[in-house]
Ligand binder design. Structure first.
Ligand code: ADP
Length: 333
């Protein structure tokens, strides 16, 4: 019996399932009632299993195990099922689950990146110590939702009012250009691969430039960072050595924090400053939605593979290779 690649129908599922089909797997999309249409229309799933809510996953888990299912995580799984539930999953799961708790805790994340020797934004423990404009972020990835800017302590207290109960972090606001770096680390070959770059399209920060400054002055809006989509990007080539070095250092530093360490796809979210330094403000320890821009064509993975290689397909390729080499345990966590 063939192995099945299983994923929740959201986030990067179209790409994951499409890539798995390209590599010859049986594919299963888990849809929440009412979200089936894209997965039917794009014909990426051999099977669609509909459940009422994410929590119903455990009722169908035995069936998925019988189908030799391997579950591929993405941000929607983490956000809607939750890390504690993910730790209870018994079916085959691609990736190291212990890394998720590190990723979810912004302080642990920053410590990890600093230990890797990466340049990170300055963090202020209290609003009283703020000495520059800051971005205030809440814990847990939610696509930038609810973040706000504060130029000083007074503005912080004025704005925090509506969200005082959530845990937050006060981070230096870095002025540069946002560049999201997509990596894939293979524990089978011990190689860091560069899969590509994207930039996010965020509302309303990416729309504010459409309004003349004189008109902005009359508007009472707050800058916000809610992700609406992603666009492709290529990087100035002389920056690539630094990109590879940062990826390798991140993987190495992950090993003291998680069982097997970080492997598979991950992303460093950076601001590139005018002196061409990368300031890393976040890490995603799994596939990011920005890779969706490269289902058919990606300059970097094309250079490496000489065939279209989306991150979804790369995951499936890794699983296929592990099965062929009898090393599946190396990539299941
Ligand atoms: P999420 O955890 O929801 O993925 P991020 O930490 O990636 O959120 O931040 C969302 C957006 O906020 C980023 O894409 C970027 O535009 C902006 N941002 C985050 N951190 C900083 C920072 N330190 N300086 C400037 N902009 C930032």
């Amino acid at each position: 019996m063939k192995y099945s690649i299983v994923t929740f129908a959201s986030h990067s599922a179209l790409q994951i399932l499409h890539g798995a089909k390209q590599e010859g797997f049986h594919t299963i999309a888990l849809t929440i009632q009412g979200t089936e249409q894209p997965y039917k229309s794009f014909k990426v799933a051999d099977e669609i299993i509909t459940i009422k809510s994410y929590a119903d996953f455990f009722a169908i888990e035995p069936e998925l195990t019988n189908k030799k299912g391997i579950l591929i995580p993405h941000a929607s799984l983490i956000a809607y099922l939750g890390i504690d539930a993910i730790k209870r999953i018994k079916m085959a799961y691609f990736g190291d689950r212990t890394i998720l708790s590190v990723e979810a805790d912004r302080d642990a994340q920053m410590a990890w990146l600093s230990e890797a020797g990466l340049h990170v934004p300055k963090t202020f423990n209290t609003p009283e110590t703020m000495d520059r404009p800051c971005i205030i972020k809440f814990h847990g990835a939610d696509g930038g939702r609810g973040y706000f800017l504060a130029k000083n302590q007074q503005e912080f207290y004025e704005k925090i009012g509506t969200n005082p109960l959530k845990k937050y972090v006060i981070q230096e606001y870095v002025v540069g250009v946002p560049i999201y770096i997509h990596y894939f680390y293979s524990p089978l070959t011990d190689e860091i691969e560069l899969m590509g770059f994207d930039r996010r399209y965020e509302s309303n920060v990416d729309g504010i430039g459409r309004i003349a400054f004189k008109d902005q002055m009359g508007f009472a809006f707050e800058t916000s960072y809610t992700v609406a989509g992603n666009t492709p990007l290529v990087l100035r080539e002389s920056l690539l050595p630094a990109v590879f070095q940062m990826g390798a250092a991140t993987v190495k530093a992950s090993r003291i924090r998680a069982n097997q360490g970080l492997y598979g796809p991950f992303c460093l979210e950076t601001m590139v400053t005018p002196d061409l330094n990368f300031c890393v403000f976040e890490i995603s320890a799994r596939i990011v939605a920005g890779t969706n821009v490269y289902v058919s064509h990606n300059p970097y993975s094309y250079l490496r593979y000489n065939e279209p290689m989306s991150t979804g397909r790369r995951i499936a390729r890794e699983i296929k290779t592990a099965i062929e080499q009898n090393q599946l345990e190396k990539i299941l966590g």
